[in-house]
Design a protein. Structure first.
Length: 205
């Protein structure tokens, strides 16, 4: 064995190299097709007598030639990839992904269990608690109900008495006000009578 000689590439490396070549040829073909589309658009928008038209037509022919060559290279690459794949050990299967934790079926089954079993149970329990609380609220003892009724009657009677007291106070206030006015008016009436009575004896002979 000659020192420093390189070892031959493995079949898998050759196979991957042909695949990388195919990717590169596909990228070149896509770029050439985009260039050809741009030239066609320019020719369509350009009058037939324009001086730039012959140059664009020549460039279009060159692009067509390159596209044809890339197509031929792709065909040869496809044959090379097929030959490389036929060599044992060229195509390496990717390692299987190791799933950490429980499988996905466990999560699916647990979700179905919660929806089918736990959800109806929770709804039934909540309805039962609500009915029980409503029954507790509505079932008030008779003694408490009678006390509340008596308290309500007493409050109503007190309100009526307070209203009566207020009416009496307003009546007395109005009466006093009107009595003082009557006295003020009547205090000036007897004065002229007294004067007449005082002068009447002087007229006697």
């Amino acid at each position: 064995m000659i020192a420093g000689a390189r070892s031959a590439p493995s079949p898998s490396a050759i196979y991957e190299g042909f695949k990388a070549q195919r990717s590169e040829l596909n990228a070149q073909l896509e770029g050439l097709q985009n260039t050809r589309q741009g030239i066609n658009n320019e020719l369509e928008n350009m009058p037939s007598t324009a001086p730039q038209r012959p140059g664009l037509e020549a460039r279009l022919k060159d692009v067509d030639t390159r596209i044809s060559a890339v197509d031929q290279m792709l065909a040869g690459n496809a044959a090379q990839i097929a030959q490389a794949a036929a060599v044992p050990g060229a195509v390496v299967q990717p390692p299987e992904r190791i799933v950490q934790g429980p499988p996905e079926d466990v999560y699916v089954l647990s979700g179905l269990f919660m929806v089918i079993v736990l959800l109806p149970l929770s709804i039934a329990l909540s309805r039962r608690i609500w009915r029980r609380s409503a029954a507790v609220v509505t079932s008030i003892p008779r003694e408490i109900a009678e006390r509340l009724s008596r308290m309500e009657q007493a409050v109503e009677a007190t309100a009526v008495e307070v209203e009566r007291i207020g009416e009496g106070q307003r009546f007395l206030t109005r009466l006093f006000t009107e009595g003082e006015g009557a006295r003020a008016i009547g205090s000036g009436v007897p004065q002229p009578l007294e004067r007449k009575q005082a002068k009447s004896p002087e007229r006697l002979p």
